[in-house]
Design a protein around this ligand. Structure first.
Ligand code: LLP
Length: 434
C-alpha cells in the first residue's frame, strides 16, 4: 500500500506537489524545517466560508482569529478577501491596524488583560469583548462605544480537553447569571452598542455543536434584552469550525452548519430582526493551507522504530500539548510501498517530542523529506526557540510562483534580547544581535 495524501495534494513522480509545485527542491533551496503555504487554499477556504454564511445570513461579519497564524502576508490575503479581525492581544491588534484593518472591524478579546491593555484598546477605537465584569470596571471611565461580553455557557466542546473553552472548567467568560447586571453596568458606563460572544471550543467536526452554542447564547441574549433593556447589534459565535487532520476524515459540512445556525436563530428569535452574525474562524482559514517539511536526520530501530527529523516540538507543539495528530508522509517516496510503523520524533530533549505515533511509512533513510499536513494553524504561531532550535522559514506559493515570507530564525535571534554581563569577552552585546 502507498501513502495517502490529504485532500487537495497530489503526487508527481513520487514527489509531493502543492498547487503543481514539487515541494522536495524547496527543502534544499530554503533549508528545513520549512513551512510551505498555498495562497490559493487560503482564498478558497475564505470563499467557501463566505458562501456558506451568506447563503443563510444577510447581515454577517467574518473575523479572522490572528492567533491561528499572524504572518503579515497571510493577514494581507485575509484583508483582500474582506474579513475583519479577532485579536487577543495588543500586539495582534496593532499588527492588524498596521496592515490597514480598521479599528471598527477588530474585536478585541483578551483574557485576563491588564488595565493598560484594555485602556489602549478603548482609546484605539476597538470594540472590546470583556472576559469579566472586573475587567469592565477597571476601565469604567473609558468604556468603548461597542461592548460585548464573552459568555461562559454551560456547554463546551473542543477536540481536546485543552481546547475546550466553555463549560464549567473554562477560565474564560462571565457566568450566565452575571450577564444582566454586566450589561446594565456597561450601559451605565457609557457603552452604546452591544454584542454577545461565545467561544465553546476549537476543531469541532459535528455540525450539531453549533446548534447548541447558538441556542444557548441567544437564550442568554433574550434574557438580557428583557431585563436590561438592551438591543443587540451582533452575536459572535467565536471560532471552532473543524478541519480534517487525516486523509480519510470527512470535511465539516459548512452549508449544514450555517443552515443549523439559521434555524436556531429562527427558533429563539422568531420574527424579530436578527442581530449581525459574527464568526471568528482561525483554523478553518489557514490549517490545510500549509505543510511543514523536514529532513530525516536518523533512523533508529529498537523495540520501536524511531524516525528522527528536524521537525521538533518547538516547531509543532500540538501533538505534545494536546495529543493532536497530524498526517505525515515521506514526501519524496510517495511511489514506494508502506513498510512499517514509525515513531516520528524530533530533536528536542523531551520524551514528549513526538510528532506522530505509529505512522505507516516506506523505509526511511537519512536525507529523506517528511511532510506534515495541516500546518497552517497553531504551528508557526505556537513555535519557540526551545533547546536553541530555530523557528522555521515560511514560503508562500501563489499564482506568481513561490516567495519567502518569513526567514528562519538565526543565532542572532536566539540571543537578541539578552543583556549579557561580560559582553566584551564573548562578543555577545547587550540587546544587540551579534
Ligand atoms: N475566537 C476566540 C475568542 C478564540 O479563543 C479562538 C481560539 C478563535 C476565535 C479561533 O478558533 P478556531 O476557529 O481556530 O477554532 N492552539 C489550539 C487551538 C486553541 C484555540 C483557542 N482559541 C490548537 O492548536 O488546536
Amino acid at each position: 500500500m502507498k501513502q495517502k495524501l490529504i485532500y487537495g495534494f497530489a503526487e508527481n513522480k513520487g514527489h509531493l506537489t502543492m498547487d503543481g509545485i514539487d515541494v522536495i527542491p524547496l527543502a534544499e533551496q530554503y533549508g528545513t524545517p520549512l513551512i510551505v503555504i498555498s495562497e490559493n487554499r487560503i482564498r478558497n477556504n475564505i470563499r467557501m466560508l463566505v458562501n456558506a454564511v451568506s447563503s443563510n445570513f444577510e447581515n454577517y461579519e467574518i473575523k479572522y482569529a490572528v492567533k491561528a497564524n499572524p504572518n503579515p502576508s497571510i493577514l494581507s490575503i485575509v484583508k483582500e478577501e474582506g474579513l475583519g479581525i479577532d485579536a487577543s492581544s495588543m500586539n495582534e491588534a496593532t499588527l492588524a491596524i498596521k496592515l490597514g484593518f480598521k479599528p471598527e472591524n477588530i474585536l478585541f478579546t483578551p483574557n485576563f488583560a491588564a488595565r493598560d491593555e484594555l485602556l489602549w484598546a478603548s482609546n484605539t477605537g476597538l470594540s472590546i469583548n470583556f472576559d469579566s465584569v472586573g475587567q469592565l470596571t477597571q476601565v469604567s471611565g473609558n468604556v468603548p462605544e461597542s461592548v460585548s461580553f464573552r459568555i461562559k455557557i454551560d456547554y463546551g466542546k473542543g477536540e481536546f480537553k485543552g481546547t475546550t473553552t466553555s463549560g464549567h472548567n473554562a477560565k474564560f467568560g462571565i457566568l450566565e447569571k452575571e450577564a444582566v447586571d454586566a450589561y446594565k453596568m456597561a450601559k451605565k458606563f457609557g457603552a452604546r452598542k452591544f454584542g454577545i460572544h461565545v467561544m465553546a471550543g476549537s476543531n469541532v467536526m459535528d455540525p450539531d455543536h453549533f446548534r447548541k452554542v447558538t441556542e444557548s447564547v441567544l437564550t442568554v441574549m433574550n434574557n438580557i434584552s428583557e431585563h436590561a433593556g438592551i438591543e443587540f447589534d451582533f452575536v459572535d459565535l467565536g471560532g471552532g469550525l473543524g478541519v480534517p487532520y487525516e486523509p480519510d476524515e470527512q470535511p465539516l459540512d459548512l452549508k449544514k452548519v450555517f443552515e443549523i445556525i439559521h434555524t436556531s436563530f429562527k427558533k429563539i428569535l422568531g420574527d424579530r430582526p436578527f442581530p449581525r452574525l459574527c464568526i471568528e474562524p482561525g483554523r478553518y482559514v489557514v490549517a490545510d493551507s500549509s505543510i511543514l517539511i523536514g529532513k530525516v536526520t536518523d533512523v533508529k530501530i529498537q523495540e520501536k522504530k524511531f524516525l528522527g527529523s528536524d521537525i521538533s516540538m518547538n516547531t509543532l507543539i500540538r501533538p505534545a500539548l494536546y495529543g493532536a495528530r497530524h498526517h505525515i508522509v515521506l514526501a519524496n517516496k510517495l511511489d514506494n510501498q508502506i513498510k512499517g510503523k514509525y515513531e516520528v520524533v524530533g530533536q528536542i530533549c523531551e520524551n514528549t517530542d513526538r510528532i506522530g505515533k505509529a505512522v505507516p511509512l516506506p523505509n526511511p533513510e537519512v536525507g529523506d523529506i517528511i511532510a506534515v499536513f495541516d500546518a497552517g494553524a497553531y504551528v508557526a504561531s505556537m513555535a519557540s526557540n526551545y533547546n536553541g532550535r530555530p523557528i522555521p522559514a515560511e514560503v508562500l506559493i501563489s499564482d506568481s510562483g513561490e516567495e519567502i515570507i518569513r526567514s528562519p530564525s538565526t543565532f542572532s535571534d536566539y540571543v537578541r534580547n539578552y543583556i549579557f554581563i561580560g559582553s566584551e569577552k564573548t562578543g555577545l552585546n547587550a540587546g544587540k544581535s551579534s
